[in-house]
Design a protein around this ligand. Structure first.
Ligand code: ADP
Ligand code: MG
Ligand code: MG
Length: 415
C-alpha cells in the first residue's frame, strides 16, 4: 500500500488540489477562484466534499487509512478507494443511468472525483424514514442489479476474463474481512462492538448467540460470501447507498465491491427495505398510521425481485449464444432444458438473497452498525418492539429460506 505522498485533505488543501488537477478544474468550468465547498460525509468511513463553482459541480471522496467514525484505533486500508473507483467505472459503464460518472481517480491520495448527484436527491433511507414513495425505485434497482450482476458473471464472460477480474478484486480483502466480521461473526458471539436496545433486547441478543440452527445457517452464508465468486457485487447495497428523487435512482459507495455471490446485493437491498418496513410502526403518529406506506414498501420488495428476475433472465436469453462459458450453447440448446437451467439458477439466487437479506437485518439490530430507520425512533420501548419483530422475521427467513419459492411466500411471513 502506498502511503508516501498521501495526506488527508481539508477544505483549504482541497482547493489547491483541484486547481492542480485539470480533469477536476475542467468539470468546474475552470472557475476555481470562488469555490463553494461543503463536507457532507455522513457515512462511517470516508470524507465526502461537494464542490460548486459558478459553472459546474463535483463531489470529492477521500478514503483515510482508518474507520472515520471510530478513529485511528481501527485501521482500514485506504486502498478501498481504488476498488470503489474501479467498481464505479464498471457499474457506470453497465448501468449509466443509475451510477455517477467518475471524473478523476488518484490512487496515492485515495481521492475520487465524481458527478455530483444534485438535490432534490436524498439518501433513500431518509426518504423511507420520512414515508416518501418512490414509484420507479423497484424498476431502477432491478435494472442496476440485473445489468451489473449479469454482465460480470460467467453467464456473459469467458472463464479467462472472469478469473482475471476475480483476481483483481481479491485484493479488496480488508473490506471483505470487515463484512465477514460485522455481518457473519460478531452478532453470533460476545463482542465488544455489538450493541442493541438494552435492556429490552438483552434476551433476544442472547437468543441469537445460543441459536444452533441459526449458526449452522449463517456458517453456510459466510462460506458463500467468501467462496462464491459469482459476479462483481456492490458489496454494501443498503438503502444508505442509494440516492433518489421521484424520477431518478443513483447507486453510490461501492468500496466493498468484489467478486462474490449475487444474492448478497439483492439481499442487502431487500433486507434493508424490510428493516424500513418494520420501523414504520415506530414512525406512525395520529396524523399518519403509515399503513399505506407499509403496503408500498412490501409492493416495492415484490416488484424489485420480480423485475430483477425478468430483466436478468431476459439478458441471459439475449446472450445465450454469447461469450459466457457457464452454459455452453452446444450443450443447453434445448427449449425444455434451457427453462430448467434458468429456473434452477434463479431459485438458488432467490434463496441466497433471502439468506443474505436476513443476515443483513440481524446485524443491524444486534451488531455494531445500526440504521436510522430504528435509531430515529426515540422511545426505546417502541424501538425495541419494532426491532424484535424485524429480528424474529429475519431469523425465521434465514432458517426457512429453502422452503420458499416466491417473493409472495416471503411477504406472507412478514405480514
Ligand atoms: P461512506 O463510504 O463514508 O459511507 P458515501 O459514499 O456513502 O461515503 O458518501 C457519504 C454521503 O455523502 C452520502 O450519504 C451522500 O449524502 C453524500 N454523497 C456521496 N457521494 C455523492 C455524490 N456523488 N453526489 C452527492 N452526494 C454524495
Ligand atoms: Mg455510505
Ligand atoms: Mg462506504
Amino acid at each position: 500500500m502506498t502511503t508516501e505522498g498521501f495526506r488527508v485533505l481539508d477544505e483549504k488543501s482541497l482547493i489547491e488540489y483541484i486547481k492542480a488537477t485539470p480533469s477536476l478544474a475542467s468539470e468546474l468550468g475552470n472557475e476555481v477562484e470562488n469555490l463553494k465547498i461543503k463536507e457532507v460525509g455522513d457515512g462511517n468511513l470516508n470524507f465526502v466534499y461537494i464542490v460548486i463553482s459558478p459553472s459546474g459541480s463535483i463531489v470529492i471522496k477521500q478514503a483515510i487509512p482508518y474507520v472515520r467514525c471510530i478513529g485511528e484505533s481501527w485501521p482500514l486500508t485506504k486502498e478501498r478507494s481504488y476498488f470503489e473507483a474501479t467498481a464505479l467505472k464498471r457499474q457506470h459503464g453497465l448501468s449509466p443511468k443509475h451510477v455517477p460518472e467518475v471524473y478523476h481517480f488518484d490512487r496515492t491520495m485515495s481521492v475520487i472525483g465524481m458527478q455530483y448527484i444534485e438535490p432534490p436527491h436524498i439518501i433513500l433511507r431518509k426518504g423511507l424514514v420520512a414515508g416518501v414513495e418512490y414509484p420507479l425505485l423497484a424498476e431502477h434497482m432491478a435494472e442496476f442489479m440485473a445489468n451489473t450482476l449479469f454482465y460480470t458473471s460467467l453467464l456473459y464472460l469467458t472463464t479467462t476474463q472472469h478469473k482475471s477480474a476475480v483476481a483483481e478484486f481479491c485484493a479488496n480483502v480488508e473490506l471483505c474481512r470487515l463484512t465477514e466480521q460485522v455481518v457473519f461473526s460478531d452478532p453470533y458471539k460476545v463482542s465488544e462492538f455489538n450493541r442493541w436496545t438494552s435492556p429490552y433486547l438483552d434476551s433476544d441478543a442472547e437468543a441469537v448467540r445460543n441459536d444452533k440452527v441459526l449458526k449452522l445457517e449463517v456458517a453456510e452464508l459466510k462460506s458463500k460470501f467468501c467462496e462464491k465468486t459469482q459476479a462483481l457485487i456492490h458489496g454494501d447495497l443498503h438503502t444508505g447507498s442509494v440516492m433518489v428523487t421521484h424520477e431518478s435512482t443513483q447507486v453510490i459507495d461501492p468500496e466493498f465491491a468484489f467478486y462474490g455471490p449475487m444474492g448478497f446485493d439483492v439481499g442487502a437491498f431487500i433486507g434493508n427495505l424490510f428493516l424500513a418496513y418494520f420501523a414504520q410502526d415506530g414512525h406512525a403518529d395520529q396524523g399518519n398510521d403509515r399503513k399505506a406506506y407499509k403496503a408500498w414498501i412490501i409492493d416495492t420488495v415484490a416488484e424489485t425481485w420480480n423485475l430483477f428476475y425478468k430483466k436478468f433472465t431476459s439478458l441471459w436469453d439475449i446472450h445465450k449464444e454469447g461469450p459466457g462459458e457457464a452454459y455452453l450453447h452446444e450443450i443447453y440448446n434445448d427449449v425444455e432444458l434451457w427453462e430448467l437451467v434458468k429456473q434452477k439458477y434463479m431459485v438458488d439466487l432467490f434463496r441466497d438473497s433471502l439468506g443474505f437479506a436476513a443476515a443483513k437485518m440481524i446485524r443491524r439490530i444486534v451488531g455494531v452498525a445500526h440504521v436510522e430507520d430504528f435509531e430515529s425512533i426515540t422511545d426505546p420501548v417502541k424501538r425495541a418492539d419494532c426491532e424484535r419483530r424485524a429480528l424474529d422475521f429475519a431469523k425465521n427467513l434465514m432458517k426457512k429460506r429453502r422452503t420458499l419459492n416466491t417473493i409472495t411466500d416471503v411477504i406472507s411471513t412478514a405480514l
